[in-house]
Design a protein around this ligand. Structure first.
Ligand code: GLN
Length: 244
């Protein structure tokens, strides 16, 4: 399945996450180490979103990250204190388009999903029916990840961690066995889940969460499965998502 990461801290060039580390996201796109049976490489598009004083900016493509000749130069010269990036391995049957690549966005929010919703699309018919029709008509793509984003967005007024946890619970009821590693940030808080896929975290004067550690620094910690991770002004908090 996909690989993704989110960074919050002092501004750094995008290349410090994507290209410079030995196992940065570009390396993870063609040589991931811990896919847990969910695909082999992440060649079906990518996206990077970063916060600026004017709001988030995204660069997404439907092609492999390693084949983009423009991004390395941009990434070396664009710095941000909040970044969310993803490389995609499309679930069988789902379209390979720019709109299907994370991050999905709305206002200050950037979102990514690593995993799969089982029984798609039939399993999600009832949860989807709770959304305004216009939300469904304006999905970025007809994929599980884009619908997850619409469900979370509809709950954001409850708070980001609450919206993510409630959506995971709803989707697990409707589509048991789904894999739901989610990442959400507004530039001041990161919310992440582990439900079926790998995730590691580094917590220093910055927070960096990533599907796989970007290097062999000893400060990387694996996040247990079924964790809700919240990182923000009050530090890093890990709680259990509870049983599926
Ligand atoms: N199911 C999602 C998609 O196809 C996410 C895939 C993944 O995690 N590899 O886009």
């Amino acid at each position: 399945m996909c690989r993704h990461l989110a960074y919050l801290g002092p501004p750094i060039p995008l290349s410090a996450l994507l290209f410079d580390p030995p196992h940065g996201l570009s390396h993870q796109s063609w040589a991931p180490r811990d896919m847990r049976g969910g695909g082999t490489i992440n060649a079906d598009g990518f996206g990077v979103g970063w916060h600026t004083p004017a709001g988030p900016v995204r660069y997404r493509r439907a092609t492999p990250l390693w084949s983009d000749n423009t991004l390395p130069g941009l990434a070396a010269t664009i710095a941000s204190g909040s970044v969310l990036a993803a490389v995609r391995s499309a679930t069988v049957g789902m379209p390979v388009t720019e709109g299907a690549a994370a991050p999905f966005a709305d206002g200050p929010w950037l979102f990514s999903h690593n995993g799969v919703v089982r029984g798609w699309p039939q399993s999600m018919a009832k949860p989807a029916a709770t959304l305004p029709v216009t939300d469904l008509l304006t999905l970025d793509a007809p994929t599980d990840s884009a619908l997850l984003w619409a469900l979370i967005r509809s709950r954001l007024r409850d708070g980001p961690a609450e919206a993510v946890a409630a959506t995971v619970a709803e989707v697990e009821r409707a589509a048991p066995g789904s894999r739901l590693n989610l990442l959400l940030t507004d530039g001041t808080t990161i919310v992440a889940t582990t439900a079926g896929h790998a995730l590691s975290v580094r917590d220093d004067d910055f927070v960096l969460v990533a599907s796989e550690p970007l290097d062999d620094h000893p400060a990387w910690r694996a996040v247990d499965d079924r964790t809700l991770l919240v990182a923000g002004p009050s530090g890093l908090h890990l709680t259990s998502l509870g049983d599926a």
